[in-house]
Design a protein around this ligand. Structure first.
Ligand code: SAM
Length: 307
């Protein structure tokens, strides 16, 4: 986190909260480039993402790549050279869209309906200087794997561009001339980058201070630092008994320390059962306490040899 994002501790402040470093509100702006903006606008107008926008923390501008096509038929795809099935996204509309938008102030977009008379001049042979601080990310199954760590990394940026592919993918020159990073949301192939873009916007946004209603925010989500990168344990709400299955007694005991210990143990246990490799990572990062390791070995875990 940038130093300026943290409120300094004032040594002469004797209030109880003096040592708490409060995070200043951070905001983030996504420019999303897609052939199908309505696929995103519905999801962005609901729940946490809608509230984050209302609070002024999240800003998303959707850009229809088709508005930037360079011919009068608004063509965005072409047959692959060398043959083969399917179509490939042409470079000009994508590059024109991203260069036009990123060389303008945050929030700029073509007026609704993509009035082509409003299209700013663009030189196909020359690339303008784009702000280096704005990652231009291609969604692709071939990219580095998106995870909570990458979400945390992206949440530190003020502005990000997400480029959604379609058809059989994008012309390679989009990658070589425009893209600064490539992200995949998993080893499977979607029909387009739109759901991947939404997954990224959602995961990044919930990390920003002020987005979630409760104090701890996303700090204790699975994979997060607050949980040492482990999985969260089971959770319960009302009623206390459901079809003869009762809520664990400790959770209704009112004993805060016991509840915390139970939660930690359940998190360790669940991770051991489902994602044991995360325990190895947490051990290597020095995130497991002596008590954690003792609990795990009582459940049959064998610590990595070097730990
Ligand atoms: N032919 C491409 C390949 O094998 O790598 C896959 C193209 S896919 C049908 C069309 C678009 O969906 C991609 O350009 C990308 O933008 C998006 N996409 C598909 N799977 C994705 C994934 N796992 N993560 C992120 N984006 C994905």
């Amino acid at each position: 986190m940038a130093q300026s994002d943290v409120l300094e501790h004032r040594p002469d402040d004797e209030s109880d909260n003096a040592c708490i470093q409060e995070e200043a509100p951070r905001t983030i702006h996504f420019d999303v480039f897609t052939l199908f903006p309505p696929m995103l606008s519905g999801a962005l107008s609901e729940s946490i993402l809608a509230r984050a926008q209302k609070k002024g923390i999240l800003h998303v501008t959707l850009h229809n790549i088709r508005d930037y096509a360079t011919d009068r038929h608004h063509t965005c795809d072409g047959y692959p050279y060398g043959g083969g099935g399917g179509m490939v996204m042409r470079p000009e509309p994508v590059v024109r869209a991203v260069e036009t938008v990123l060389s303008r102030p945050q929030g700029w977009r073509l007026p609704d309906g993509g009035d082509r008379s409003e299209l700013p001049a663009w030189n196909a042979d020359e690339s303008p200087l784009l702000p280096r601080s704005t990652p231009t990310i291609l969604l692709t199954p071939q990219g580095r794997r998106f995870d909570q760590g990458v979400a945390a990394e992206l949440s530190m940026h003020g502005r990000l561009a997400l480029v959604c592919g379609r058809y059989e993918g994008v012309d390679e020159r989009i990658r070589t001339q425009l893209i600064t990073d490539e992200l995949s949301i998993g080893d499977f192939v979607l029909s387009g980058g739109e759901f991947a873009a939404l997954a990224i916007i959602d995961a990044v946004t919930r990390m920003l201070p002020g987005v979630l209603g409760h104090e701890s925010g996303a700090m204790y989500d699975s994979f997060s630092d607050g949980l040492s990168g482990l999985l969260e344990g089971p959770q319960y709400t009302r009623p206390t008994a459901f079809r003869e299955e009762a809520v664990p007694e400790v959770l209704v005991s009112g004993h805060h320390a016991n509840v915390e210990q139970w939660r930690r143990e359940q998190s360790l246990l669940r991770t051991l059962q489902r994602r044991p490799e995360l325990l190895v990572q947490a051990t290597e990062a020095g995130h497991l306490t002596k008590e954690d390791r003792q609990f795990l070995s009582s459940r049959g875990w064998e610590a990595p040899i070097d730990s």
